[in-house]
Write a protein that binds this ligand. Structure first.
Ligand code: CTP
Ligand code: MN
Ligand code: MN
Length: 510
């Protein structure tokens, strides 16, 4: 039995007009077209309805029997996982071979399904409904911030980061998807049995998980963490303004840390210079309290230059995180057009107050094309936006506690520099801040696009493209079938267009 959400059984629906009389309304049959083809499905549908069977046009929460031909139970189950919307369940469906339907039609009534009719899934799904119902796209699931499997997801995310360092995106995304599935589980994984029927767990991820469950650690993860390449790439890409390509080049030249860049007099661009200068601060997590302090500054700046503008906190802090690597803001004004040219004014104000250590602003370059978005849609970063580093005054408490633990972090850039303990801790710290300005008509899309998590965003776009024939960006949603843009005033509307259950920000921590 495959659990689905129950709605009241509707008798004969419009789409069943061909049903002369629906004689068995309690058995709602859905015929899977997959591998069977449209014409055979249409034939079986007509035949079934002529005999009084209730055959549904599409899978719904009232479906009781799913019938398919030449599919394995696992294939049908995967299909259902992708085409049902809810994780909560109150009833189940039978997964049956076509022989059940043909025999039932020969008998003139729906037979009680026998073992020979049932499609075998790799396990008995009814044993554990949560694993059976785990959807395969992260945007179909609720992923809380705090979960039960950090001991596994941390390991998988190390391998994901390492794959990124090696510019193997496919492998990196595969590890991130696996980790994300474990984050969505309502309980800790104790054995491999707990993973039955979960989507997205590839052979490599399963091997790592098995090792950790059995031995407490994974050799591959351990050796990755200890490798010179991983450590250097982590340190070098940890510099603001440094991507994988530069980091890899420096690593091949024998450089291992930001100090090595200074010692060897590497040519750095402005962002990288700031990144090296504020390396320690920028690698220390930003607290919620600091994010709130930054919010007040941004509000003051925006209100000074455009009263009535709307300022929303985005990114990890909107998802409920307690710390972040930066603070993200989205700014708009209800009167479209008012927001134009806003960013330089904000930056100007902040600079006059001496609050900026670094900033780089890019102008809005988004243009809606009549023919829909370019493919692949690379219009993620077209807003007027600013990558910046703020100079944030420390409150007295945090200054004092830092002073007391002046040798706070062995991974700091000073490394073994013994003199630093004598140096006074500055009265301020550097904080990365991202500012984005969006026209009001794109605000819902921008909000959805800038809330994250990154994997959640990626999965939303993949779902839109692969399952809905739509193209989603932080600016717009384009329906390729209807060849038109779909307008939305809220995130809820966008989820609805995409045929997805609404997931609130605090459950988008995929
Ligand atoms: N984003 C984006 N384009 C970029 C960078 C980021 O659209 N060039 C979006 C990401 O998709 C994400 C959001 O901005 O949804 C926040 O990104 P980021 O600040 O990098 O991550 P957070 O989730 O906020 O995590 P952290 O707490 O580490 O900052
Ligand atoms: Mn962020
Ligand atoms: Mn950011």
């Amino acid at each position: 039995m495959f659990p689905l959400k129950r709605r009241k059984i509707t008798k004969v629906e419009d789409e069943n007009q061909e049903n002369k009389i629906c004689k068995f309304p309690e058995v709602a049959i859905f015929i899977l077209e997959r591998k069977m083809g449209a014409s055979r499905k249409a034939f079986l549908t007509r035949l079934g309805r002529s005999k009084g069977f209730l055959i549904e046009e599409s899978l719904s929460s009232s479906t009781t029997h799913v019938v398919s031909e030449s599919n394995t139970g696992d294939e049908v189950q995967t299909w259902l996982n992708n085409h049902t919307n809810r994780q909560d369940t109150t009833h189940s469906v039978h997964l049956l071979d076509i022989s059940w339907l043909t025999e039932s039609m020969a008998e003139g009534r729906p037979l009680t399904p026998q073992d020979r009719h049932r499609l075998k899934t790799s396990t008995e799904p009814s044993v554990d409904t949560t694993t059976t119902l785990m959807k395969s796209y992260a945007c179909q699931r609720r992923t809380p911030l705090k979960h039960h499997n950090a001991f596994l997801t941390d390991a998988l995310e190390i391998l994901a980061a390492n794959a990124e360092f090696n510019e193997n995106e496919g492998r990196s995304v595969a590890f991130r998807r696996s980790a994300s599935v474990l984050k969505a589980l309502p309980q800790a994984v104790h054995g491999m049995d707990d993973l039955r029927n979960l989507p997205c767990l590839g052979e490599h991820s399963l091997r790592i998980i098995k090792e950790i469950l059995e031995d407490g650690t994974s050799r591959e993860v351990e050796s990755t963490v200890q490798s010179a390449q991983y450590q250097a790439m982590k340190a070098l890409t940890g510099i603001f303004g440094v991507g994988v390509k530069s980091a890899d080049r420096w690593f091949r030249e024998g450089l291992r840390s930001p100090l090595d860049l200074i010692r060897t007099g590497q040519k750095l661009n402005q962002a990288q210079q700031a990144g090296v200068r504020y390396y320690n601060d920028l690698n220390r997590p930003v607290t919620k309290k600091e994010a709130v302090a930054i919010s007040h500054i941004v509000e003051e700046a925006v209100n000074a230059v455009l009263p009535g503008a709307i300022i929303e906190l985005m990114g990890g802090f909107r998802r409920g995180k307690e710390v972040g690597h930066d603070v993200d803001f989205l700014i708009t004004h209800t009167e479209e057009g008012e927001e134009e040219g806003l960013m330089p004014k904000i930056i100007n104000w902040l600079e006059k107050q001496g609050l900026l250590l670094y900033q780089k602003t890019t102008r809005n370059s988004y243009l809606e094309s009549k023919d829909g978005p370019a493919r692949p849609p690379h219009n993620m970063d077209r807003f007027e936006r600013c990558f910046s580093i703020f100079k944030l005054e420390r409150d007295k408490d945090s200054s004092r506690s830092l002073q007391e633990t002046a040798s706070y972090d062995s991974s700091t850039m000073e490394g073994d520099d013994r003199t630093k303990e004598q140096e006074p801790v500055p009265s301020w710290r550097a904080v990365r801040v991202d500012l984005v300005v969006s026209p009001y008509s794109q605000f819902a899309f921008a909000t959805l696009g800038w809330t994250g998590s990154k994997l959640f965003e990626r999965e939303l776009r993949r779902w839109a493209g692969q399952e809905k024939g739509m193209s989603l960006s932080s600016h717009a949603l384009y329906d390729s079938k209807q060849q038109r843009y779909l307008r939305a005033n809220s995130e809820e509307e966008i989820f609805a267009y995409l045929g997805l259950e609404y997931i609130p920000p605090c459950e988008r921590n995929a």
